[in-house]
Write a protein that binds this ligand. Structure first.
Ligand code: SAH
Length: 234
């Protein structure tokens, strides 16, 4: 993850982004707003500079604290399934590198994102400020419980693999809202989209399979010192 280095975007990076966008298109991502967001959000800022070349390959990649930044196609697919509209209030569970949150924010959503690992939360919070995404609200806590203080949400996206759908998240979804969550018993999860009807009824569809780091209950680390927009959910 980018730390004490100067972040730089070059023509070469731009060229690599364009290639990635073409690849996403060829894999079925058609929404121009999503493709534009991938063109504008500089993914190499979210990886250690030593691995900048990997930033624009369509693969998942390790970041700090034993976690991964999701594969670009997975980010694009989850974003697509979420049917993001300008002004949507979105909760993301699993901040990680912050890349997915930036894609959503770039599309005009008001984003709240929760991370359970204090170290990652702090790193990413700093990075988002540095790269012009200070308006994303970063939260430190257990996303299993959602973020009731800011609920209800138009959309909820879970970017870690769940074994079941957390009830608190269902409750914090607005009627008419959409949740996208990878769910399954084993390593391979189904990508599930849940729609909550105006009457509160849920309908589910699955959209292929994927791998994710696990959604774990509880949070790790002591309370962080005050950082930008820090909110402890307990
Ligand atoms: N959206 C991220 C991908 C993150 S990987 C990105 O764009 O880079 C999944 C992240 O979910 C990890 O950082 C992990 O620590 C976090 N996580 C797992 N369980 C969680 C929980 N219950 N609450 C909040 N974050 C959680």
């Amino acid at each position: 993850m980018a730390k004490k280095i100067k972040l730089k975007d070059t023509y070469r990076h731009r060229g690599l982004r364009l290639q990635l966008v073409k690849e996403l298109k060829s894999k079925g991502i058609e929404d121009e707003r999503i493709l534009q967001a991938f063109m504008q959000v500089k993914r190499h800022y979210f990886l250690d500079p030593a691995f900048a070349d990997w930033a624009y390959k369509d693969v998942a990649f390790p970041i700090d604290a034993g976690q991964t930044i999701s594969q670009p196609y997975t980010v694009a697919l989850q974003t697509d399934l979420l049917e993001v509209k300008k002004g949507d209030i979105i909760l993301e569970v699993g901040t990680g590198s912050g890349f997915q949150a930036c894609i959503l924010a770039h599309m005009g959503a008001k984003v709240y994102t929760i991370e359970r690992q204090r170290y990652l939360f702090e790193q990413t919070n700093n990075l988002l400020k540095e790269i012009g995404f200070a308006h994303i609200r970063t939260l430190y806590g257990d996303g299993y419980k959602g973020a009731s203080r800011f609920a209800p949400f138009d959309k909820i996206i879970i970017t870690a693999g769940a074994t079941s759908i957390p009830q608190a998240l269902i409750e914090q979804l607005k009627p008419g809202g959409i949740m996208v969550i990878p769910v399954g018993d084993g390593d391979v999860k189904s990508m599930v989209r849940i729609r909550k009807g105006k009457d509160g009824r849920l309908t589910k569809e699955t959209h292929g399979y994927c791998r994710f780091v696990p959604l774990l209950e509880g949070k790790t680390g002591k309370k962080p010192k005050a950082v930008n927009k820090y909110v402890n959910l307990d």
